[in-house]
Design a protein around this ligand. Structure first.
Ligand SMILES: Cc1cc2nc3c(=O)[nH]c(=O)nc-3n(C[C@H](O)[C@H](O)[C@H](O)COP(=O)(O)O)c2cc1C
Ligand code: SF4
Length: 421
């Protein structure tokens, strides 16, 4: 099966419930792990080459191996599924949560076995009402069949609704009922996590891969990919394309194939200008990067990031500065306020971009924005929200300088009269 994660998801919008899931071979990976030692499960996942799908692309096996094992390890150990999915343009986990919640529970059972966790949380975006309802139902079913309740207890925890709650250490504070600000790292969550205990945090799509790796082995898993990293990837495309959507495809599918084949190309009357490859916190790519395989290693090689792999397309009828303004306003609103470049800098960035859109931009403001993009960059803040906000800003300033100058010369937004602004 070349779409292991989504191949069975129904097209009528209904979820796969327990009886159908069992008929499809669901929960079989639990028999596989019952014959293995926990550390052998971790080794297998490590050898499979699975990289986390939450955006940063860290090896899942490496993170599992960082959880202390043996009698001296602090208990209880926790497993958290990060289902917060508030990254603008990203809607891949929702498909998995609503369509096949048992696949996630099975993946969490595999992971919990490997790290000997006894309590698991699914921290889910509060607005994902249908996903929450279905997860609760699926957890109930898994208890009734005895998959949960023996070695592992599982809770569904809806988020109170801030983007920062998706950052893993802010998530742990939120779960503890504290203000959701990120924690300093180190210590990293596998060593000292929620309630001071070892905690492993993984994305929904990451965890959904685990049962399939256990059932079919690492050679099968690696062969699913046509890129450098293993497996499949759920990619998405939004913007003025003919068929916006999400698809499970071989890891390493090029941005061009996603745009031109799966999303059907640009809508009539629209030309491609640029794209953000993986949500709002990634760099703009121009046409010259379209043939890049969308995987973690290939994008890192050309000095950029795939992020969540769910791209936002910018066309020739949409103002790039207007798009930047809307992204930076989002980041400004969602800043937790702990670090100065993020708390104060993003307000200035949004203010200056608004001035350009009003026709009040000045050439000196471009240098000011460039300065903020540097100050927000990696190394100056506690978490990756600020560097994420800096990515579209820095590359937008680099690629759309002529658009900034046009706003200054025309003393207004040249796109202001377009219907779709
Ligand atoms: C501001 C911010 C928001 C984030 N939101 C999410 C999210 O909604 N879901 C997610 O899986 N990871 C999110 N992350 C990344 C997590 O901190 C973490 O790296 C991820 O959950 C690890 O899972 P993985 O190893 O399976 O990729 C976010 C990071 C930042 C900085
Ligand atoms: S970078 Fe922004 S969101 Fe992250 S800790 Fe600092 S102020 Fe908070």
């Amino acid at each position: 099966m070349n779409k292991p994660l989504t191949g069975h998801i129904r097209t009528d919008g209904e979820a796969i419930w327990i009886d159908d899931y069992l008929k499809l071979g669901g929960y079989q990976s639990l028999s596989v792990i019952s014959k293995m030692l926990p550390q052998d499960v971790t080794k297998l996942i490590n050898d499979s080459g699975l990289m986390g799908r939450g955006g940063a692309g860290v090896s899942t096996g490496f993170k599992m191996a960082a959880v202390p094992m043996g009698e001296k390890a602090a208990t209880p150990k926790y497993l958290i599924c990060n289902a917060d999915e508030m990254e603008p343009g990203t809607f891949k986990d929702r498909w998995l949560l609503e369509g096949n919640p048992h696949q996630l529970i099975e993946g969490m059972l595999v992971s919990a076995y490997a790290i000997e966790a006894s309590v698991a949380y699914i921290f889910v975006r509060g607005e994902y009402k249908l996903a929450i309802k279905r997860l609760e139902q699926a957890v109930k079913e898994a208890y009734s069949k005895g998959f949960l309740g023996q070695s592992l207890d599982m809770h569904v925890h809806p988020s109170a609704g801030r983007y920062i709650c998706g950052e893993e250490t802010a998530l742990m504070n939120a779960l503890e009922g504290k203000r959701a600000t990120p924690r300093s790292k180190p210590p990293f969550p596998p060593a000292i996590g929620v309630w001071g205990k070892p905690t492993l945090i993984n994305n929904v799509e990451t965890l959904c891969n685990l049962p399939h790796i256990l059932n079919h082995g690492i050679d099968w898993y690696k062969a699913l990919s046509k890129g450098v990293n293993a497996g499949t990837k759920i990619y998405g495309v939004s913007g003025h394309v003919k068929k916006p959507g999400a698809w499970e495809l071989p890891m390493g599918t090029t941005a061009r194939e996603l745009l031109e084949v799966h999303a059907g190309g640009m809508k009539d009357g629209y030309e491609f200008k640029a794209l953000l490859p993986g949500g709002a916190s990634t760099d703009f790519w121009l046409e010259d990067k379209l043939d890049t395989p969308m995987d973690f290693a290939s994008t890192a090689k050309i000095g950029t990031r795939m992020g969540t792999g769910t791209m936002i397309v910018l066309d020739d009828k949409t103002c790039p500065i207007g798009m930047l303004l809307s992204l930076e306003k989002f980041f400004k609103q969602e800043s937790c306020g702990w670090c100065t470049p993020c708390r104060d800098g993003l307000s200035w960035v949004a203010e200056i971009l608004s001035a350009f859109e009003r026709g009040d931009g000045r050439e000196a403001d471009i240098a000011q924005l460039e300065r903020h993009a540097r100050l927000l960059g990696p190394g100056s803040t506690f978490c990756a929200l600020a560097p994420g906000a800096a990515s579209p800003l820095a590359t937008g300033l680099k690629y759309f300088k002529d658009e900034f100058l046009r706003h200054i010369q025309e003393k207004s937004c040249p796109y202001a009269n377009h219907l779709h602004r």
